[in-house]
Design a protein around this ligand. Structure first.
Ligand code: FAD
Ligand code: FES
Length: 279
Protein backbone atom coordinates (compact mmCIF):
# COMPACT_ATOMS: atom_id res chain seq x y z
CA UNK A 1 0.00 0.00 0.00
CA UNK A 2 1.20 3.53 -0.77
CA UNK A 3 0.06 6.22 1.64
CA UNK A 4 -1.03 9.63 0.38
CA UNK A 5 0.90 12.22 2.39
CA UNK A 6 -0.03 15.31 0.40
CA UNK A 7 -3.01 16.42 -1.69
CA UNK A 8 -3.43 19.72 -3.47
CA UNK A 9 -5.99 21.02 -5.93
CA UNK A 10 -3.98 22.74 -8.68
CA UNK A 11 -7.05 23.81 -10.67
CA UNK A 12 -10.67 22.61 -10.85
CA UNK A 13 -10.58 18.81 -11.32
CA UNK A 14 -6.76 18.75 -11.42
CA UNK A 15 -5.14 17.29 -8.31
CA UNK A 16 -1.56 16.74 -7.21
CA UNK A 17 -0.84 13.81 -4.89
CA UNK A 18 2.34 13.10 -2.95
CA UNK A 19 2.70 9.48 -1.83
CA UNK A 20 5.17 7.55 0.27
CA UNK A 21 7.27 5.45 -2.10
CA UNK A 22 10.95 5.61 -1.03
CA UNK A 23 12.33 3.20 -3.65
CA UNK A 24 10.64 5.01 -6.52
CA UNK A 25 11.64 8.41 -5.12
CA UNK A 26 15.29 7.32 -5.44
CA UNK A 27 14.99 6.13 -9.03
CA UNK A 28 12.47 8.46 -10.71
CA UNK A 29 13.61 10.94 -13.35
CA UNK A 30 11.76 13.62 -15.37
CA UNK A 31 9.72 12.14 -18.23
CA UNK A 32 9.00 8.79 -16.59
CA UNK A 33 5.59 7.54 -15.52
CA UNK A 34 3.89 5.37 -12.90
CA UNK A 35 1.03 2.90 -13.16
CA UNK A 36 -1.42 3.24 -10.31
CA UNK A 37 -4.09 0.83 -9.11
CA UNK A 38 -6.42 2.26 -6.48
CA UNK A 39 -7.81 -0.96 -4.98
CA UNK A 40 -8.28 -4.67 -5.67
CA UNK A 41 -10.93 -3.94 -8.33
CA UNK A 42 -9.09 -0.97 -9.78
CA UNK A 43 -7.90 -0.55 -13.37
CA UNK A 44 -4.34 0.45 -14.16
CA UNK A 45 -3.86 4.13 -14.92
CA UNK A 46 -0.57 5.60 -16.13
CA UNK A 47 0.38 9.02 -14.73
CA UNK A 48 3.55 11.03 -15.33
CA UNK A 49 5.98 11.63 -12.49
CA UNK A 50 5.48 15.23 -11.34
CA UNK A 51 7.97 15.23 -8.49
CA UNK A 52 10.24 13.13 -6.31
CA UNK A 53 12.04 13.70 -3.06
CA UNK A 54 14.55 10.98 -2.20
CA UNK A 55 15.12 12.41 1.31
CA UNK A 56 11.43 12.38 2.23
CA UNK A 57 10.90 9.15 0.29
CA UNK A 58 7.95 10.56 -1.65
CA UNK A 59 6.83 10.73 -5.24
CA UNK A 60 4.22 13.05 -6.79
CA UNK A 61 1.81 12.85 -9.72
CA UNK A 62 -0.94 15.14 -10.98
CA UNK A 63 -4.12 14.03 -12.68
CA UNK A 64 -7.14 15.39 -14.43
CA UNK A 65 -10.45 13.87 -13.31
CA UNK A 66 -11.67 12.70 -16.70
CA UNK A 67 -13.25 9.30 -16.03
CA UNK A 68 -14.18 6.74 -13.40
CA UNK A 69 -10.75 5.95 -12.02
CA UNK A 70 -9.33 9.48 -11.94
CA UNK A 71 -12.56 10.74 -10.28
CA UNK A 72 -12.30 7.94 -7.70
CA UNK A 73 -8.62 8.76 -7.12
CA UNK A 74 -9.47 12.43 -6.63
CA UNK A 75 -11.74 11.48 -3.74
CA UNK A 76 -8.94 9.93 -1.70
CA UNK A 77 -7.63 11.98 1.19
CA UNK A 78 -4.31 12.42 2.97
CA UNK A 79 -3.85 9.30 5.11
CA UNK A 80 -5.65 7.05 2.56
CA UNK A 81 -3.59 4.63 0.48
CA UNK A 82 -3.57 3.30 -3.07
CA UNK A 83 -3.04 -0.43 -3.47
CA UNK A 84 -0.27 -0.45 -6.04
CA UNK A 85 2.15 1.83 -7.83
CA UNK A 86 4.51 0.42 -10.43
CA UNK A 87 7.40 2.50 -11.61
CA UNK A 88 9.24 4.49 -12.54
CA UNK A 89 8.41 3.26 -16.06
CA UNK A 90 9.46 4.47 -19.49
CA UNK A 91 12.62 6.27 -20.51
CA UNK A 92 13.72 9.42 -18.68
CA UNK A 93 13.80 12.64 -20.70
CA UNK A 94 17.03 13.57 -22.47
CA UNK A 95 18.35 16.36 -20.23
CA UNK A 96 21.39 18.16 -21.62
CA UNK A 97 22.57 21.63 -22.43
CA UNK A 98 20.93 22.02 -25.85
CA UNK A 99 21.27 25.81 -25.84
CA UNK A 100 17.88 27.51 -26.04
CA UNK A 101 14.87 25.37 -25.18
CA UNK A 102 11.18 26.06 -25.71
CA UNK A 103 9.01 24.23 -23.16
CA UNK A 104 5.32 24.05 -24.03
CA UNK A 105 3.02 22.69 -21.33
CA UNK A 106 -0.72 22.25 -21.67
CA UNK A 107 -3.43 21.31 -19.17
CA UNK A 108 -2.56 18.81 -16.45
CA UNK A 109 0.86 18.25 -18.04
CA UNK A 110 1.98 21.65 -16.73
CA UNK A 111 2.63 19.78 -13.45
CA UNK A 112 5.22 17.25 -14.66
CA UNK A 113 6.68 19.85 -17.06
CA UNK A 114 7.83 21.88 -14.05
CA UNK A 115 10.22 19.03 -13.26
CA UNK A 116 11.52 19.02 -16.84
CA UNK A 117 11.95 22.81 -16.92
CA UNK A 118 13.91 22.74 -13.66
CA UNK A 119 16.17 19.96 -14.97
CA UNK A 120 16.78 21.71 -18.32
CA UNK A 121 17.61 24.92 -16.49
CA UNK A 122 20.04 23.13 -14.16
CA UNK A 123 21.70 21.66 -17.26
CA UNK A 124 22.45 25.22 -18.42
CA UNK A 125 19.76 25.86 -21.06
CA UNK A 126 18.15 29.22 -21.73
CA UNK A 127 14.45 28.52 -21.28
CA UNK A 128 11.30 29.91 -22.83
CA UNK A 129 8.18 28.50 -21.19
CA UNK A 130 4.63 28.60 -22.51
CA UNK A 131 1.82 27.35 -20.26
CA UNK A 132 -1.55 26.83 -21.84
CA UNK A 133 -5.04 25.74 -20.94
CA UNK A 134 -8.55 25.77 -22.35
CA UNK A 135 -9.64 28.62 -20.06
CA UNK A 136 -7.77 30.82 -17.55
CA UNK A 137 -9.28 29.02 -14.55
CA UNK A 138 -7.37 25.84 -15.54
CA UNK A 139 -3.94 27.50 -15.46
CA UNK A 140 -1.57 26.81 -12.56
CA UNK A 141 2.18 26.98 -11.68
CA UNK A 142 2.48 30.33 -13.49
CA UNK A 143 4.76 31.85 -10.85
CA UNK A 144 6.86 28.68 -10.50
CA UNK A 145 7.39 28.49 -14.29
CA UNK A 146 8.07 32.21 -14.62
CA UNK A 147 10.75 32.03 -11.90
CA UNK A 148 12.56 29.26 -13.80
CA UNK A 149 12.37 30.75 -17.27
CA UNK A 150 14.15 33.47 -19.24
CA UNK A 151 10.95 34.18 -21.16
CA UNK A 152 7.45 33.24 -20.12
CA UNK A 153 4.12 33.25 -22.00
CA UNK A 154 0.56 32.23 -21.25
CA UNK A 155 -1.96 31.03 -23.84
CA UNK A 156 -5.58 29.96 -23.56
CA UNK A 157 -7.90 28.44 -26.16
CA UNK A 158 -10.57 31.09 -25.54
CA UNK A 159 -8.17 34.03 -25.07
CA UNK A 160 -9.37 34.60 -21.49
CA UNK A 161 -5.72 35.04 -20.43
CA UNK A 162 -2.55 35.61 -22.46
CA UNK A 163 -2.47 34.76 -26.14
CA UNK A 164 -5.48 33.15 -27.83
CA UNK A 165 -4.36 29.84 -29.31
CA UNK A 166 -0.83 28.98 -30.39
CA UNK A 167 -0.35 31.08 -33.51
CA UNK A 168 1.79 33.59 -31.56
CA UNK A 169 4.51 30.89 -31.47
CA UNK A 170 5.32 31.59 -35.10
CA UNK A 171 6.37 35.11 -34.16
CA UNK A 172 8.56 33.84 -31.30
CA UNK A 173 10.18 31.23 -33.55
CA UNK A 174 10.86 33.73 -36.32
CA UNK A 175 12.61 36.12 -33.89
CA UNK A 176 15.05 33.69 -32.30
CA UNK A 177 16.60 30.30 -32.94
CA UNK A 178 15.60 27.42 -30.64
CA UNK A 179 17.70 24.25 -30.33
CA UNK A 180 14.95 22.16 -28.78
CA UNK A 181 11.23 22.21 -28.12
CA UNK A 182 9.55 19.98 -25.55
CA UNK A 183 5.75 19.87 -25.86
CA UNK A 184 3.65 18.03 -23.29
CA UNK A 185 -0.12 18.28 -23.18
CA UNK A 186 -3.29 17.13 -24.94
CA UNK A 187 -2.52 15.25 -28.16
CA UNK A 188 -4.19 17.91 -30.32
CA UNK A 189 -2.03 20.61 -28.73
CA UNK A 190 1.17 18.60 -29.29
CA UNK A 191 0.17 18.01 -32.91
CA UNK A 192 -0.37 21.76 -33.42
CA UNK A 193 2.96 22.63 -31.81
CA UNK A 194 4.76 20.15 -34.09
CA UNK A 195 3.11 21.62 -37.17
CA UNK A 196 4.31 25.07 -36.09
CA UNK A 197 7.91 24.10 -35.16
CA UNK A 198 8.56 21.87 -38.21
CA UNK A 199 8.99 24.64 -40.84
CA UNK A 200 11.40 26.38 -38.43
CA UNK A 201 13.50 23.20 -38.11
CA UNK A 202 13.25 23.08 -34.31
CA UNK A 203 13.70 19.47 -33.03
CA UNK A 204 10.48 18.82 -31.07
CA UNK A 205 9.93 16.14 -28.44
CA UNK A 206 6.42 15.13 -27.36
CA UNK A 207 5.22 12.73 -24.69
CA UNK A 208 2.62 10.26 -25.92
CA UNK A 209 -0.30 8.96 -23.88
CA UNK A 210 -1.71 5.93 -25.70
CA UNK A 211 -3.91 3.54 -23.75
CA UNK A 212 -1.60 1.29 -21.73
CA UNK A 213 -2.04 -1.89 -19.71
CA UNK A 214 1.21 -3.38 -18.37
CA UNK A 215 3.49 -0.44 -19.23
CA UNK A 216 6.39 -2.86 -19.72
CA UNK A 217 6.31 -3.81 -23.39
CA UNK A 218 4.33 -7.04 -23.07
CA UNK A 219 0.70 -6.37 -24.11
CA UNK A 220 1.20 -4.21 -27.22
CA UNK A 221 -1.83 -2.02 -26.43
CA UNK A 222 0.23 1.18 -26.45
CA UNK A 223 1.24 0.85 -30.14
CA UNK A 224 2.00 4.15 -31.84
CA UNK A 225 3.38 4.87 -35.30
CA UNK A 226 6.54 6.97 -35.38
CA UNK A 227 8.41 7.57 -38.63
CA UNK A 228 6.29 4.85 -40.28
CA UNK A 229 7.43 2.25 -37.73
CA UNK A 230 5.43 0.67 -34.94
CA UNK A 231 6.67 1.61 -31.48
CA UNK A 232 5.47 0.86 -27.99
CA UNK A 233 4.66 4.02 -26.05
CA UNK A 234 5.72 2.48 -22.75
CA UNK A 235 9.15 1.04 -23.49
CA UNK A 236 10.23 2.99 -26.59
CA UNK A 237 8.84 6.24 -25.16
CA UNK A 238 6.90 7.90 -23.75
CA UNK A 239 8.84 10.72 -25.49
CA UNK A 240 9.25 10.68 -29.27
CA UNK A 241 10.30 12.96 -32.09
CA UNK A 242 7.05 14.87 -32.60
CA UNK A 243 7.72 15.54 -36.28
CA UNK A 244 7.55 11.79 -36.95
CA UNK A 245 4.47 10.88 -34.88
CA UNK A 246 1.21 9.77 -36.50
CA UNK A 247 -1.01 11.87 -34.21
CA UNK A 248 -4.26 11.02 -36.02
CA UNK A 249 -3.63 7.29 -35.50
CA UNK A 250 -2.96 7.94 -31.82
CA UNK A 251 -6.15 9.98 -31.41
CA UNK A 252 -8.20 7.18 -33.03
CA UNK A 253 -6.72 4.54 -30.75
CA UNK A 254 -7.24 6.68 -27.65
CA UNK A 255 -10.97 6.87 -28.46
CA UNK A 256 -11.42 3.11 -28.94
CA UNK A 257 -13.24 2.53 -25.66
CA UNK A 258 -15.12 5.83 -25.29
CA UNK A 259 -18.64 4.26 -24.93
CA UNK A 260 -17.42 1.81 -22.24
CA UNK A 261 -15.49 4.59 -20.44
CA UNK A 262 -18.53 6.89 -20.41
CA UNK A 263 -20.74 4.08 -19.12
CA UNK A 264 -18.26 3.16 -16.39
CA UNK A 265 -18.05 6.79 -15.22
CA UNK A 266 -21.84 7.17 -15.28
CA UNK A 267 -22.42 3.93 -13.35
CA UNK A 268 -19.90 5.00 -10.72
CA UNK A 269 -21.66 8.31 -10.24
CA UNK A 270 -25.09 6.65 -10.16
CA UNK A 271 -23.81 4.32 -7.44
CA UNK A 272 -22.95 7.31 -5.28
CA UNK A 273 -19.57 8.38 -6.65
CA UNK A 274 -17.95 10.34 -3.90
CA UNK A 275 -19.01 13.25 -1.80
CA UNK A 276 -15.65 14.78 -0.98
CA UNK A 277 -16.52 17.89 -3.00
CA UNK A 278 -13.09 17.75 -4.54
CA UNK A 279 -11.22 18.50 -1.31
C1 FAD B 1 2.46 7.50 -20.22
C2 FAD B 1 1.20 8.20 -19.81
C3 FAD B 1 1.27 9.25 -18.93
C4 FAD B 1 0.12 9.91 -18.52
N1 FAD B 1 0.24 10.95 -17.65
C5 FAD B 1 -0.86 11.58 -17.20
C6 FAD B 1 -0.77 12.59 -16.20
O1 FAD B 1 0.32 12.91 -15.71
N2 FAD B 1 -1.92 13.17 -15.77
C7 FAD B 1 -3.15 12.81 -16.28
O2 FAD B 1 -4.17 13.38 -15.84
N3 FAD B 1 -3.27 11.86 -17.21
C8 FAD B 1 -2.16 11.21 -17.68
N4 FAD B 1 -2.29 10.20 -18.61
C9 FAD B 1 -3.65 9.83 -19.07
C10 FAD B 1 -4.33 8.98 -17.96
O3 FAD B 1 -3.69 7.74 -17.86
C11 FAD B 1 -5.83 8.79 -18.29
O4 FAD B 1 -6.46 10.05 -18.22
C12 FAD B 1 -6.48 7.85 -17.30
O5 FAD B 1 -6.03 6.53 -17.50
C13 FAD B 1 -7.99 7.92 -17.46
O6 FAD B 1 -8.60 6.94 -16.65
P1 FAD B 1 -10.12 7.11 -16.19
O7 FAD B 1 -10.65 5.80 -15.76
O8 FAD B 1 -10.27 8.22 -15.21
O9 FAD B 1 -10.86 7.62 -17.48
P2 FAD B 1 -11.49 6.78 -18.65
O10 FAD B 1 -12.88 7.28 -18.85
O11 FAD B 1 -11.24 5.33 -18.49
O12 FAD B 1 -10.60 7.28 -19.88
C14 FAD B 1 -10.58 8.63 -20.34
C15 FAD B 1 -9.54 8.69 -21.46
O13 FAD B 1 -8.24 8.46 -20.90
C16 FAD B 1 -7.49 7.59 -21.74
N5 FAD B 1 -7.21 6.32 -21.02
C17 FAD B 1 -8.11 5.51 -20.44
N6 FAD B 1 -7.51 4.43 -19.88
C18 FAD B 1 -6.19 4.57 -20.12
C19 FAD B 1 -5.05 3.80 -19.83
N7 FAD B 1 -5.10 2.65 -19.17
N8 FAD B 1 -3.85 4.24 -20.28
C20 FAD B 1 -3.75 5.44 -20.92
N9 FAD B 1 -4.80 6.21 -21.23
C21 FAD B 1 -6.00 5.79 -20.84
C22 FAD B 1 -8.32 7.32 -22.98
O14 FAD B 1 -7.96 8.22 -23.99
C23 FAD B 1 -9.71 7.60 -22.52
O15 FAD B 1 -10.57 8.03 -23.56
C24 FAD B 1 -1.16 9.52 -19.04
C25 FAD B 1 -1.23 8.44 -19.93
C26 FAD B 1 -0.07 7.81 -20.32
C27 FAD B 1 -0.15 6.65 -21.26
S1 FES C 1 1.44 -0.92 -22.24
FE1 FES C 1 1.67 -2.98 -22.79
S2 FES C 1 3.23 -2.92 -24.28
FE2 FES C 1 3.06 -0.85 -23.65
Amino acid sequence: MYEIVGKRELAPKIKLFEVNAPEMAEKARPGQFLIIIIDEKGERIPLTVAGYDAEKGTISFAFNEVGKTTKQLGCLKVGDSVQSITGPLGNPSDIRNFGRALCMAGGVMIAPMLLQVRALREAGNKITVVVGARIKELLFYEKEMKDLSDEFYVATDDGSKGYKGLDFLKEILSKQKFDRCVAWGPVVMMKNVCEITKPFGVPTVVTLTPIMIDGMGMCGVCRVTVGGKMKFGCVDGPEFDGHLVDFDGLINRQRMFLPEERLSSLLWELQGGCSCGGK
